[in-house]
Design a protein around this ligand. Structure first.
Ligand code: AMP
Ligand code: FES
Ligand code: ZN
Ligand code: ZN
Length: 350
């Protein structure tokens, strides 16, 4: 289910590249220009370097742990880092989301093998005794909440154990603008205050950076096409239709009539609003989890991840089909093939 082409990189009829007048492969309305493959690649590298330098994300002396999901953004990011001479190791987390996870793992493993890059894989069920669908059922919360908690915990743990200087993720401009939009709609000042492209290391938490914050989804998809990167086109079946997608769609409507608005919204926030919200640095929780040794911040001495693992690992495993709403299950079967027998429709409710 991976692809070298997508709906993103459409041939821009007879238009010419702004830089060299060669036939263009993509139009970028926010730059009011068309680009050939070579100059699109240069533009992406410039925006990547600018984000890394402006926010002092990392240097060539750092060892970088790249969180790779198999989607276009994180594979494009790994490709950029490797070809810019950074020292990297990839990290793929198997979340147990049916065939979507199996396919994602295969795509990431093939990417790493083809380029001679080192990959570390952590399988949630094998190493921690549960998966995301089961956690969603047990907690009766949206899957993304235990998924996000598990990913953050494993990023931190692998970075700490492996002595990495920084963990990077493939969050792009559209992702960050959608998160900002959601936080602003709720005036969630705590989240707004922490929404930065780089978070410094704090005690046992490693530094985290998002080097693609100046690049859009469409630009990253085009990067993958140009660079011959095979990626998983399908979105996570458990995340489809969540609030984050709705915010993205709303911003896309504004962007279509007013190109550049998304970048102005997010980059303007970083430039003019974030400094006003900055207060003293967050305190690192002093308590360490008695199960895993990570900072726990909880009075019972067990971190949120270990508490989740304790509950979810004793539950009967739930296949992904059983925690999807009717519509999402239909789409899942269309994309990934027929499901094994299930206990009936749950309408997304555990
Ligand atoms: P998402 O939260 O799914 O939008 O993903 C955001 C970023 O988190 C991706 O660009 C990756 O860098 C990272 N990520 C997501 N899923 C995984 C995974 N299964 N394994 C490792 N990293 C991931
Ligand atoms: Fe986390 Fe889908 S990737 S719920
Ligand atoms: Zn050109
Ligand atoms: Zn713990």
């Amino acid at each position: 289910m991976s692809s070298k082409s997508g709906p993103w990189c459409r041939a821009a009829d007879m238009s010419k590249c702004r830089s060299c007048r060669a036939p263009a492969v993509i139009d970028l309305p926010r730059h009011n220009a068309h680009f050939c493959a070579e100059h699109l690649e240069q533009l992406c590298r410039r925006q990547f370097r600018r984000a890394v330098d402006d926010f002092a994300m990392f240097s060539h002396d750092d060892t970088i742990l790249v969180a790779v999901s198999g989607g276009k953004d994180s594979l494009a990011l790994w490709d950029m880092l490797a070809t810019e001479g950074y020292s990297t190791v990839g990290l793929y987390i198997g979340l147990g989301i049916g065939r979507y996870s199996d396919e994602s793992h295969d795509v990431v493993a093939a990417f790493a093998a083809d380029r001679g890059l080192k990959l570390r894989t952590v399988d949630l069920r094998t190493e921690h005794g549960f998966d995301v669908p089961t956690a969603a059922r047990v907690t009766a919360r949206v899957p993304c909440s235990s998924c996000g908690l598990s990913k953050r915990h494993i990023f931190d743990e692998v970075a700490r154990d492996g002595g990495f200087d920084v963990v990077v993720t493939g969050h792009n401009l559209d992702d960050e603008a959608a998160v900002l939009f959601g936080n602003a709609l709720r005036w969630d000042v705590e989240y707004l205050r922490r929404q930065a492209p780089v978070l410094p290391a704090r005690g046992r938490f490693p530094r985290k950076a998002k080097p693609l914050v100046r690049l859009t989804e469409r630009e990253m998809a085009a990067w993958c096409v140009i660079r011959g990167i095979d990626y998983v086109v399908e979105e996570c079946p458990m995340a489809i239709g969540n609030r984050h997608h709705t915010y993205k769609e709303a911003l896309a409507v504004v962007e279509a009539t007013s190109p550049g608005t998304t970048a102005a919204f997010y980059l303007g926030f970083l430039d003019r609003m974030a400094p006003l919200l900055a207060t003293t640095a967050d305190e690192e929780p002093v308590e360490l989890c008695r199960s895993c040794g990570a900072p726990s911040g909880s009075s019972d001495g067990v971190c949120a991840f270990c508490r989740l693992a304790e509950r979810a690992s004793t539950a009967t495993p739930v296949p992904v089909e059983m925690v999807l709403s009717r519509g999402a299950r239909r789409r899942y079967i269309e994309q990934w093939g027929d499901a094994p027998a299930t206990e009936g429709d749950t309408d997304g409710r555990p």
